[in-house]
Each structure stands twice: as C-alpha cells, then as structure tokens.
Design a protein around this ligand. Structure first.
Ligand code: NAP
Ligand code: HSE
Length: 443
C-alpha cells in the first residue's frame, strides 16, 4: 500500500524562508566530506534546488581532536540537546555509526520533528520499522540513500522510479572493503591481512572491520534492499551470512580454472518457497558483469518483471562518494521542509526468509585428500547416495601427501549437500573440507 505524503511548509518564526540549518552528528570519514560539500557547494546547491543549507552544528566525541576540516569553535555542539533545541536546525544528519547512541539520537531528532538523514545501515537493519513509524507519526522525512552502496543512487530509484515494478531479485556487491580485499587477493596475490589494513587506511572499513569481512555489513544493507524490493521487513537474524575469511588464494585460482571469479554477494530473491536473503562468497562466471566490479566499487543487479535487468554501479564507500549520497538526501529533506517536495511512504509487511538449508544452488567444494587410488570413487559414491551430481572436477597432484580435490556440483538443496559433505569429512582419506562456496550462474 503506497501513499504520497507531503510535508507542510516549516514556519518557525526564526527561520528565513528557504534557509535550513543542518546538524551533523559525527565528523569522521563521511561527516567531514558532507561538511565540506555543504560549505563549498552551498551556492550551487541553492541555485539547483532552492534550498539554502547552512551547516550550523556538528557533534563529535572529542571536540579537541585535530580535524581535516576547520570549523568555527561555536559550530561544535556540547551535546545532542543543544542541537535538538535549536529551532533553526531542520535536518539532523547521523554519521556516527554504531547502534548506540546513534539510534537514540535519531529517535530524539524525529521526536523533535527534525528531518533525519543517516548512512547507518546497522541502525536500519535493527530498528527500521520503529524508526519509520516514528518518522510518520512526526510527519518528517527519514532518508538513508548512503546506507546501501555508498555513492550509488539506489534507494531513491527503488523507492520512486521503480515504484510500479514487481521485483524478482536484487543481487550485488554491496561491501566495498571485502570487494577491495578479494580484488587485491585475485589480481596481486596479496595477503588478506595486508589488504584489509590498506582498506582501513582508505576509509572503506567499518570501525570494527569484522563487520565487513564477516558479511554483517552486507547483511545490514541487504535488509534495506529486501524491504524495498519486496515490501517486506526480514529480520536481520533471518539473513544467512557468511564472510570472506575462509577464502584462500588457492580457491581464487581454482575458481578461475573453472571459469569463475569469487565475490561476496548479497542476494534477495522471490522464489516459490518465499523470500531468500543471503550473503556469502560466491563464484560467478568471469563473463558476468559483477565479476569485473573491482576494488571498492559496488554494483547491484535488479531484476524486475516490468523493466527487466538493471545494474547500478559506482563507488560503494569512501569520503566523497558517500557524502555525495548524504548531501542528495539532505537536499531532498530540505525541499520537503520548504514545502517544495514530496516523498513516498510505504507500508512493509513482516516476513521470514527461506531457511538456508532449503535453498537450492550449485556449489564449489575444495577438499584436501590423500593422494591414492580410489579416493575420488569413495567421494563420488557418497555424493551419489545423497543425490548430488558433479558438473566438473579438478584433481591436482602428486607433489605432496595431501592434494586438493575440487569439484563443482549441479543444482542441489544446500541441506542435502551439507549432509554429503559431513559424510565425506568422515572418510579417512579426506584430511580437510577446505571450502564450500555457492555458485551463481547469474541467469
Ligand atoms: P568514522 O570515520 O568512524 O567517524 C565517526 C564519527 O562519529 C567521528 O567523528 C566520531 O567522533 C563521531 N562519534 C562516534 N561516536 C560518537 C558519539 N557517541 N557521540 C558523538 N560523536 C560520535 O565513521 P564513518 O566511516 O564516517 O561512518 C559514518 C557512518 O557512515 C557509519 O554508519 C558507516 O557505516 C556509514 N558509512 C560509511 C561509509 C564509508 O565509506 N566510511 C560508507 C557508507 C556508509 P570523533 O571524531 O571525535 O571520534
Ligand atoms: N564498510 C563499508 C564498506 C562502508 O566497505 O562497504 C560502506 O558502507
């Protein structure tokens, strides 16, 4: 059910028509970029949008820290209350990250009838229904373009341009840090740890980078994408989530031999059994457009009944790309506060994702096995007993006691594959189940 809500003209006595005060909570990688763009491009933004945005306050943890941007001392707010009580501030931009106190500050800002812009996918993944309800009750916009895929305009197209589409699936690379790591591991054979450090220095990684490498950041973003694609809130706990720590350069090499690249994909799919929502490393054909999305770039494929396939591509992380999306939201919010814009508000159903064991797919399996006759036969027997059929095999060998035995299956239920892998792991000739990775053909 969709309904257009138009917000009424803000008429606080102390606010000049058209001019809106902005407060930024957090002046780190993204906050600094937003503050710079608002200051440097103020006249251009006003000329293009009719909204005059004045950066009035910022809130940080440590106001004495040396910053990359110089702001007048009075711009630093002592606390959140100072911002909430300032009637000239119409828009609060939350760029602190983390769940708390970010969520509480967003709640307070909405209750104070400030428009809110956030890039915080963790907060959205955990509290979206409550926050959107609060925004509706207080008749103020809550925007979050930068929360998924950084600088790529994606939320607005999904909300507005594609409003008449029945979406079948969304599938993409929505974590810049892991894509950066996998790219460097694939192209330069560099170690995971070394490349992660570099991604942190470049400002791509979360404060706690395990959120990136373990897939949680992508899962947070997938909750947002799935809700917009299927009008359904899937709880974060239902999203299957697997990170990239287990990916070895050996897997990247074998995947390439089979004709695939390895990417961390977030996938939301409408299937006859329900909505699938999963994040995991994935083999995708080398000729699939997602296989050539490199470094911190993100890309999202949307497949809909009406428009067919769309691909959104661009920088998914970093100061200015992310700030670009945040500033777009600030301007949209400003237009609404000034009575020259409207927004669409939709209702979301509550839903559950299909359990991962019930989902079907092809799988890449790398075993470390004894190098002796009969091993392949023993493994093939167990696979056959569980109805798993093998599409291709590579067996390398003779140099060591243990050799890799790598195969790609035809389509199978994940639960059935898991059963056969468990049986296989109990064979004396199998030294290690080194990796099991899903394959997406991208059809
Ligand atoms: P960041 O560099 O770590 O900056 C966080 C800022 O928030 C710092 O200025 C910090 O103050 C301030 N802060 C933290 N806790 C605070 C508190 N309790 N009270 C007041 N200020 C507080 O983070 P970021 O990379 O800019 O990310 C900000 C948000 O954008 C996160 O939600 C992130 O997930 C999201 N995002 C980031 C990117 C990216 O490429 N970095 C892309 C898309 C979305 P101090 O400076 O005093 O420590
Ligand atoms: N840490 C996130 C990433 C930032 O690497 O994609 C952008 O959301």
């Amino acid at each position: 059910m969709l309904a257009a809500i138009s917000y009424s003209l803000r008429t606080a006595d102390n606010m000049r028509e058209g001019k809106i005060g902005v407060a930024i909570l957090g002046l780190g990688t993204v906050g600094t970029g937003v503050a710079e763009i608002l200051s440097q491009n103020r006249a251009m933004i006003f000329n293009r949008s009719g909204v005059d945005l004045e950066l009035k306050k910022v809130l940080v943890r440590d106001p004495h820290k040396k910053r990359e941007i110089e702001l007048l001392p009075e711009v630093y707010a002592k606390n959140i209350e100072e911002i909430l009580q300032d009637e000239e501030i119409g828009i609060v931009v939350e760029l602190m990250g983390g769940l708390h106190p970010a969520k509480e500050y967003i709640v307070k800002a909405l209750k104070a009838k400030k428009a809110v812009v956030t890039a915080n996918k963790a907060v959205l993944a955990n509290y979206a229904p409550e926050l959107f309800q609060l925004a509706r009750e207080n008749n103020v916009p809550l925007y979050y373009e930068a929360s998924v895929a950084g600088g790529i305009p994606l939320i607005q197209p999904l909300t507005e341009s594609l409003v008449g589409n029945n979406i079948n699936s969304v599938m993409g690379i929505i974590n810049g840090t892991t894509n950066y790591i996998l790219t460097k591991m694939s192209n330069e054979a560099r170690s995971f740890t070394e490349v992660l450090k570099e991604a942190q220095e470049l400002g791509y990684a979360e404060a706690d980078p395990s959120a990136d490498v373990d897939g949680l950041d992508a899962a947070h973003k997938l909750t947002v994408l799935v809700s917009l694609a299927f009008d359904t809130h899937i709880p974060l706990s239902d999203i299957y989530c697997e990170g990239i720590r287990t990916i070895d350069t050996m897997d990247i090499r074998f995947a390439r031999d089979f004709g695939y690249g390895i990417k961390l994909l977030a996938i939301g799919k409408k299937t006859p059994s329900g909505i699938e929502a999963r994040v995991h490393p994935t083999l995708i054909p080398l000729n699939h457009p997602l296989a050539s999305v490199n470094d911190a770039f993100n890309a999202v494929f949307v497949n809909s009944q009406e428009v067919g396939e769309l691909m959104f591509y661009g920088r998914g992380a970093g100061r200015y790309p992310t700030a670009s999306a945040v500033v777009g939201d600030i301007v949209s919010a400003g237009r609404i506060l000034n009575g020259i814009g409207t927004t669409l508000s939709r209702k979301f159903a509550k839903g559950r994702a299909v359990p991962i064991a019930e989902t079907k797919g092809s799988f890449y399996v790398r075993l470390m096995v004894e190098d002796r006759p009969g091993v392949l036969g023993d493994i093939a027997y167990i696979l056959g007993q569980n109805g798993v059929s093998v599409a291709s095999v590579i067996q390398e060998g003779r140099a060591h006691d243990q050799v890799p035995l790598v195969f790609v299956t035809h389509e199978v239920k994940q639960g059935d594959l898991a059963k056969s892998i468990k049986n296989i792991s109990e064979l004396a000739c199998v030294k290690e189940v080194a990796n099991v990775i899903r394959v997406e053909k991208g059809e």
